[in-house]
Design a binder for this molecule. Structure first.
Ligand code: FAD
Length: 443
C-alpha cells in the first residue's frame, strides 16, 4: 500500500476456479480487487466435454465474469493476457489488441491454471487438440460432428473409415468422458441423420499409456469402468504410448514392442497438462523451483519464497502431491483471501494450507459414473445421480443451472442434443486439410 492508494490493492490473474473464488472471498474485505483474465468468462471446465459433444452451450458453462461480479463494488474486471509479472516493482503487465495495461498491486493472487501438455511434442497440437477452453470445446465439436459430414461425402471406403474413427489419447476423467459421449452420440443422437453412412459404425478408440483407465480412482473402480466402456463399444487400448500424430492418424507404441498406425481424422489429446508459463516467470524471480509440468513449488502457505504478498493457486502449484482439481483451486482461493484479510486486520494468519478432499467423480455414459467419496466407492446410476447433483450445485448462475437441466433432459432422457451447431472456421481447417496454427494466448 502506498500513500496515494489508501486501500490495499489485490490483483488477481485468472477468472477460473482459483481467481473467481478469490475475488468473491474478498467481497467484504477493505481492499480494491482487480481481476485480470485473457477470457471474458469463468469456464466450468468439468463440463467442457458436454459443450464439445453438443449437449450444452458455451453460455451455460461459461458465464461472463463481469456479470458474476457486477454487484461486488470493490472488484473490477479487466480483459487482457498477462505477459509480465515484476515481483520487485509489484506490477502486472497485460495486453489485449492495442491496449497494454500496467497494474500495480500490494497483494497478488496468481491463478492462471494450465494448458494442454504434449510432453515436448507440441507439433501434435494441430492434429490432436486438447480440451481446456471454450475455444477448444467448440473446435472439438466442429471436428467431431464435421467428421461425420466428411464421411458422408467420401467415395473411398478406407477414407470413410478414417473419418469415422475417433481416437482419444489419455484415459483419465476427460478422456473417458469424451470417449463415452462420442460413442453415445454416434449410437443414439445421429444414428438416423445420414443417408450414405451408418453413424453407428463409428469406432472410438481410447489409448492409455498406463495399465488402467481412470487410474486415480483405484483398481476396482478402474476395472468396472473399463468393463462398462467395453460394453458401450469403446475400444480401450492400454499400455500404449502415442509416438506420432499427423493428418493420417496416430502411431502407437505398445509396451510389448508392437507399433500400430491407426488411421483417424479426429484425434483428441486428453493426456497431459502444462502449468501456465507465468509460474516459471515468478519462480525465476523468487528462487522457487518448478516441476516437470511447470508447476511452482510454493511454500506451505501458498506464497512464494521471500514474497509473502504473492499467492499461487490451483493448477499452477506443486505442493504435497495435490491433484489438479477445482477444489484445490477453490480452497486455495479461500485460504489466501482469509490470509490477506487477517493481515489487514492485524489478526493472526494461518501458516499452512490444508486441503480437504471432498472426493472425485467421472461420468462414463448417461446414467453411469464412478465416484469416490472418502472410502466410499460408488458406481453406476447412484454415482451418476451424485455427479448430477454436485455439478448443478457448483455451476455458477441460476439461469445456467435451469437451462443445463433442460439440456440434460433432452440428451439423456431423449435422444437429441440441442447444441450441434458448428462452423468450418471453428474446425481450424482440420476438415479440409488446411490446418491453421492456434493463435497464441487464445482460449
Ligand atoms: C476438461 C476438464 C475437465 C475437468 N474435470 C474436472 C472435474 O470433474 N472435477 C474437478 O475437480 N476438476 C476438474 N478439472 C480440473 C479443474 O477444472 C482445474 O483443476 C481448475 O480449473 C483449476 O483452477 P485454476 O483457477 O487453477 O485454473 P483455471 O480454472 O484453468 O483458470 C485459469 C484462468 O486463468 C486465465 N489465464 C491463463 N493464462 C492467463 C494469462 N497469461 N493472462 C490472463 N489470464 C490468464 C484463464 O483464461 C482462466 O480464466 C477439469 C479440467 C478440464 C480441462
Amino acid at each position: 500500500m502506498d500513500s496515494q492508494h489508501p486501500r490495499h490493492r489485490v490483483v488477481i490473474i485468472g477468472s477460473g476456479f482459483g481467481g473467481l473464488f478469490a475475488a468473491k472471498r474478498l467481497k467484504r474485505a477493505d481492499v480494491d480487487v482487480t481481476l485480470i483474465s485473457r477470457v471474458s468468462h469463468h469456464t466450468f471446465q468439468p463440463l467442457l466435454y458436454q459443450v464439445a459433444t453438443g449437449i450444452l452451450s458455451q453460455g451455460e458453462i461459461a458465464p461472463a465474469t463481469r456479470e458474476i461480479l457486477k454487484r461486488q463494488k470493490n472488484a473490477e474486471v479487466l480483459l487482457g493476457e498477462v505477459s509480465d509479472i515484476d515481483l520487485a516493482a509489484r506490477t502486472v503487465t497485460s495486453a489485449v489488441g492495442p491496449h497494454s495495461t500496467v497494474t500495480e498491486y500490494d497483494s497478488l493472487i496468481l491463478a492462471a491454471g494450465a494448458e494442454t501438455g504434449y510432453f515436448g511434442n507440441d507439433a501434435f497440437e494441430p492434429f490432436a487438440p486438447g480440451l481446456k477452453s471454450i475455444d477448444d470445446a467448440l473446435e472439438l465439436r466442429a471436428r467431431i460432428y464435421g467428421a461425420f459430414e466428411m464421411a458422408e461425402l467420401e467415395p473411398d471406403p478406407a477414407s470413410v473409415e478414417a473419418w469415422m474413427t475417433f481416437v482419444v489419447v489419455g484415459a483419465g476423467p476427460t478422456g473417458v468422458e469424451l470417449a463415452g459421449q462420442i460413442i453415445e452420440l454416434s449410437r443414439r443422437t445421429i444414428k438416423n441423420d445420414f443417408r450414405r453412412i451408418d453413424p453407428r459404425r463409428a469406432r472410438v478408440i481410447l489409448i492409455e499409456g498406463g495399465d488402467h483407465v481412470l487410474a486415480s480412482f483405484g483398481p476396482k473402480q478402474s476395472l468396472k469402468a473399463q468393463e462398462q466402456l467395453a460394453r458401450m463399444g469403446i475400444d480401450v487400448r492400454l499400455q500404449g504410448m502415442v509416438d506420432a500424430v499427423n493428418e493420417t492418424g496416430v502411431e502407437v507404441r505398445y509396451r510389448d514392442g508392437r507399433v500400430e498406425h491407426i488411421a483417424s481424422r479426429c484425434v483428441i489429446w486428453a493426456a497431459g497438462v502444462q502449468a501456465s508459463g507465468l509460474g516459471a516467470q515468478v519462480a525465476e524471480q523468487s528462487g522457487a523451483e518448478v516441476d516437470r509440468s511447470g508447476r511452482v513449488k510454493v511454500l506451505p502457505d501458498l506464497t512464494l519464497p521471500g514474497h509473502p504478498e504473492v499467492f499461487v493457486l490451483g493448477d499452477m502449484i506443486a505442493l504435497d502431491d495435490l491433484p489438479g482439481v477445482a477444489q484445490v483451486a477453490m480452497q486455495g482461493a479461500k485460504f489466501s483471501a482469509k490470509k490477506i484479510r487477517a493481515r489487514l486486520e492485524d489478526r493472526e494468519e494461518e501458516t499452512t494450507f490444508h486441503y480437504f478432499d471432498k472426493g472425485s467423480m467421472a461420468t462414463i455414459s448417461r446414467f453411469r459414473a464412478v465416484a469416490n467419496v472418502g472410502r466410499l466407492e460408488l458406481r453406476g446410476f447412484i454415482a451418476w445421480c451424485a455427479w448430477l447433483f454436485i455439478h448443478i450445485l457448483y455451476l455458477v448462475g441460476f439461469q445456467e443451472k435451469v437451462s443445463t437441466l433442460g439440456h440434460w433432459a433432452v440428451a439423456f432422457i431423449g435422444r437429441s442434443r440441442a447444441e450441434r451447431t458448428f462452423t468450418l472456421e471453428q474446425a481450424r481447417g482440420s476438415l479440409t486439410n488446411e490446418r491453421e496454427p492456434r493463435v497464441p494466448g487464445t482460449g
